[in-house]
Unconditional design. Sequence first.
Length: 195
Amino acid sequence: MNKWVKTVGSSAMVVLLVSGCAMIAYARWTRPIADADAALAAGDVGRALASYAVAEKRFDALPLLKRVLSSEYDRIVANQLLLLFNVDRNDDTLEKAARAPEGANPHFWAAAACFEQGRAEADPSAKLAWFGRAQQELIKVVQAAPDDWDAKFDLELALRLTWELRRNPQTPPGELMHLLRPDPMRGSAPIKRVG
């Protein structure tokens, strides 16, 4: 019995040592993710993007680990898309979204970037092209998550905006939202109060 206890105890110690070493190695390997998360929380966009890029390269170098830890990889890419969009780097957002995994919700970010590009565009035909591309991306978002009412609302908004732009192509960029929410008082007779 004493020999059996020693064998089990020795085996348990080896397992604990190996798992401890594995956890330390994983913590070191994922250090750029922790740095990026801290930078994101602190509002340091440049440092967050750089650290997320380092983490993404590490995952890209080890496809098996990228598959095993796919949710972590998706989060890294999604955070990069969020940051790129929030600092108005729409071209970079579109480029990153084209290569991003589905778990990072790339079609939503591509649609948002296309919408912003369309809003800034002065040429009516180019504006419609950007909004049309945003619609196509939002259709993919709705197809991927048919129960997502926010995505359905965004798609409906994009469809309506495009339809209104086709009716009024010379609408200036600052007036786009007025197409969706027309002024009820414009063009109507004043209300006569009685009593």
